[in-house]
Design a protein around this ligand. Structure first.
Ligand SMILES: [Zn+2]
Length: 153
């Protein structure tokens, strides 16, 4: 640990005054210097406290910033998914290759009868979609996804 600069200065002034000062003014000088150094010492403690407080505030703000960035990112991801729907093979697709209803943009669910047929998950819409390629041939979800993935490359 470094020597306390105030202690070093006090010792130094004591020494200088003892060596060079007259006996009469020596006491007054020492008292005055000690008073001044006491003020400086108190100011130093105040500043250290202030720095500690500011570091705490800074830490808290950084944490809040990180939380907000995370929230914005998940919000943007959610909206990208919704806004970037594109139509292909008779349905809408998001970037993660989930299928959506063309009529109401809700998610599609599987039909138990035909792997190429999908129903809207909204009972009020209840649209039926059949996956077909450009030639009009029925295709499965997996075939459609493979075609979309191949096109992305
Ligand atoms: Zn629908």
């Amino acid at each position: 640990m470094a020597a306390n600069p105030i202690k070093v200065l006090t010792d130094y002034f004591d020494k200088v005054i003892i060596e060079h000062g007259s006996a009469v003014i020596q006491e007054k000088h020492i008292a005055l210097l000690k008073e001044q150094l006491g003020l400086v010492e108190r100011e130093k403690i105040n500043l250290e406290k202030k720095i500690e407080e500011l570091e705490t505030v800074n830490h808290k703000l950084k944490k809040e910033k990180d939380e907000l960035v995370t929230r914005i990112e998940s919000y943007e991801k959610y909206h990208r998914g919704i806004l970037h729907l594109h139509q292909e093979f008779g349905v809408l697709w998001d970037e993660e290759l989930n299928m959506y209803c063309i009529n109401c943009q809700k998610r599609l669910k599987y039909s138990s009868r035909d792997p190429s047929v999908f129903h809207c998950s909204d009972p009020n819409c209840d649209n039926k979609h059949t996956l077909r390629d450009k030639q009009g041939t029925k295709i499965t979800e997996q075939q459609a996804m493979d075609l979309l993935k191949a096109r992305k490359k």
